[in-house]
Design a protein around this ligand. Sequence first.
Ligand code: NAD
Length: 454
Amino acid sequence: MQIFNPATEGIINELKEEGEQSVKKKFHELKQAQPDWHKVALVDRVTILKKFSELLKKNAESLSLVLTSEVGKPLQQSRNEINGACARIQWLTDNASTYLSDEVMVQEKNLTEKISYEPLGVVCNISAWNYPYLVGVNVFVPALLAGNAVIYKPSEYSTLTGLEIEKLLKEAGVPANVFHVAIGGKGVGEMLLNTSFDGYFFTGSYKTGKYIYEKIAPKMVPCQLELGGKDPLYVADDIADIKSVAAATADGAFYNNGQSCCAVERIYVHEKVYDKYVEEFVKEVKSWKSGDPTEAGIYFGPLTRKDQLNVLKNQVDEAVQKGAKILTGGKRVSSKGFYFEPTVLVNVNHSMKVMCEESFGPIIGIMKVKNDKEAIELMKDTEYGLTASVYSSNQNRAEKILQEINTGTGYWNCCDRVSAALPWSGRKHSGIGATLSHAGLRAFTKPKSYHLRG
Ligand code: NAD
């Protein structure tokens, strides 16, 4: 398997993909090792995962370089990702004992009723490349804390990072056969689906997620999916500072080149503030530098996947053909690397792919609306349900709008953010189940009820 640098299009590494035999061997080793890992006291598992976080911090600079070399995100954004992963590990390790220890529900004279949170066993994590540390940590950290063994299949676009993660987990004290990496793409993913894991945790596209969900169903084991989105954002007419709202929301749309599951993917603006907002938004986007992601001050690196250049071009061309206007950008950059110009489109509507299908790149459509009612109708008009965001000076007004929209997360005066203390969950085509928070710790357990007399 060849690993490319998306900024230079050069090959930076070649690795051997797993075969049927190595997948079987790894599964067998995990199965053997898991019961002993569960016997390790929770407090000791917590110490090991805290050590893993320290190692991430200690090696942050070299890990950031590896990440940037294979996914193309600007070096500062790689550093931010590793910092963010450490913050999540901190919350998960600090709260593991509260949510994973036995819970006494009834205590009477001769009767105790309690819940014990047993690990699922050996779990399979098939992951995405856009934030390999963050989406990885969401799964393998709570899974290990809960006493599971884990096979982790990084995306074929972030394999080197997957191998770094394995190295540091082992260095932190996770036993050799409690965590394995499976190297490879779709074919290796299929091998994992054909193996008898005790739970499947997937991060990726709706298309692959739906396929996995159907394939896993007969196994009757937990299957959680964290999928894509087409996240809407509404700017109401009562915002105090249009310039700062335009800057913050542009960042929500374009950070990581728009390759975030919760990136802002479509914007609706009240007609009273529309012109000024669009002017400030475009100014902000034009102020960001694009180029070599290892250089300081770069905001836009290349896209990670070459194929996405065509998806974006297709969305822009179709929108323009149907009457959209390009205010900036609109095409691939002609130099080496998978660069696409940051693109802002107006005069858009919901007949266009750019307002309905996940773009997962640096393009955004901005649409003028007459009032909150129209904004709500348009925000609801989607197959996805990950996040929605409202900018307004009035919390009540914002919360009322967010209550109408079927998403796992609602944002008031912020967007494109995740908290380890809150469930991260998609609805409809954005997924099933939750990671992070107490829900995300217990997702890797099966409750056993004890009725104890005497
Ligand atoms: P993808 O679906 O192409 O691939 C995801 C993983 O599935 C990869 O590891 C891939 O090798 C594997 N895979 C592909 N086909 C498979 C098959 N038939 N059987 C088993 N495994 C298979 O997605 P991607 O391009 O890596 O990630 C981008 C998508 O992920 C976007 O839609 C994004 O919104 C979503 N995402 C969601 C979240 C979230 O938390 N909701 C987080 C990050 C990314």
